[in-house]
Design a protein. Structure first.
Length: 328
């Protein structure tokens, strides 16, 4: 039986994502509501090992719901991968009289939390925060909706210049292992082709599609490429391949990069972060551990954190089919 929870620590780990601050705020204010103490861990597991913790109150987190990034910072920690590093982290939590921990991050952060729980029987709850949306057990991760809107807005602007100059643009979006941003942003922005890691559609198919678009009289074309596309070529090589085979096209490349991680979170991400943060604290108060909170059919659910790490979140192939139909 889990001991009574009196003090909860919260951290952000892995890549930053819009909505993390809103989740921190929800955890801190839930603690205040239930008369618990709360501490923030700076720089993820690295800060935990270095005892870089600070007391947080309801007033500590005012005016952060609208801010991107994370006020608690994030960092990689090679030392936490060692038993000695994790033992040091546990000692720091014991000294601070922390009873449980909420980890906001992705699968790497959750893997660390699982190992930490197994070694020290320390209660942990995960909140999924990554723009890639590649975690099992939730339809949306924190930051994904904001990143999508950022990508669509950027592609819309690129479309303006593409139309003005009759150009073909290859636009690379984030998604080394997952094509959620590319697929949804591509459909939302009306891209002529979408290339994602989950599906090798072949370069010949792309050439045929672009040639059809040109013959149909389209004055511009956009190809959205996930950075982990399976064609085996990077975005510049793809552009060169098209120029070589379809010399009629004036080809340009635009890489959106880390701008997709930044910016003020969307209303959806702020509300989701608030719901997940409150649920994380309430699960700990109910004696639950080793769970990740998530969203399914617009209801907040919990999933075994090991499943969240190993399960994999599959692409919406129906959306891929729709993309084929509406880009003809």
């Amino acid at each position: 039986m889990m001991k009574n929870i009196k003090k909860i620590a919260v951290m952000t780990s892995g890549g930053d994502a819009p909505g993390m601050n809103a989740a921190i705020r929800a955890v801190v204010r839930s603690c205040a509501y239930y008369s618990l103490s709360c501490v923030g861990i700076y720089r993820g597991y690295e800060g935990l090992i270095e005892d870089d913790l600070i007391e947080l109150t309801a007033r500590s987190v005012h005016n952060i719901v609208n801010k991107g990034g994370t006020i608690l910072k994030s960092a990689r920690s090679t030392e936490f991968r060692t038993k000695e590093g994790r033992a040091k982290a546990f000692e720091n939590l014991k000294e601070r009289e922390v009873d449980a921990m909420v980890v906001i991050g992705g699968d790497g952060s959750f893997t660390g939390a699982v190992i930490f729980n197994e070694e020290f029987d320390f209660p942990v709850i995960g909140i999924p925060g990554t723009i890639d949306n590649d975690i099992f057990g939730t339809s949306h991760t924190l930051g994904y909706d904001t990143a999508l809107n950022t990508a669509v807005e950027a592609i819309d602007k690129i479309r303006d210049t593409a139309s003005s100059h009759n150009r073909l643009f290859f636009v690379e979006v984030m998604g080394r292992d997952a094509g959620f941003i590319a697929l949804n942003a591509g459909v939302g922005a009306g891209a002529e082709e979408i290339l994602i890691p989950e599906e090798d559609l072949g370069l010949d198919r792309m050439l045929e599609s672009l040639e059809r678009s040109r013959r149909a009289g389209k004055s511009s074309s956009i190809v959205v490429v996930a950075e982990g596309d399976k064609s085996g070529k990077n975005v510049y090589e793809l552009a060169a391949y098209v120029e070589e085979n379809l010399p009629q096209y004036d080809v340009r490349v635009s890489i959106l990069g880390h701008m997709q991680r930044g910016g003020s979170p969307s209303c959806f991400d702020r509300v989701l972060a608030s719901r997940l943060g409150v649920k994380a604290v309430e699960l700990l108060l109910d004696g639950k551990t080793n769970l990740m909170v998530g969203l399914k059919d617009n209801k907040v659910i919990s999933t075994d954190i090991k499943e969240a790490v190993s399960g994999g979140h599959s692409i919406n192939y129906e959306l891929l089919r729709i993309s084929d139909i509406i880009t003809t």
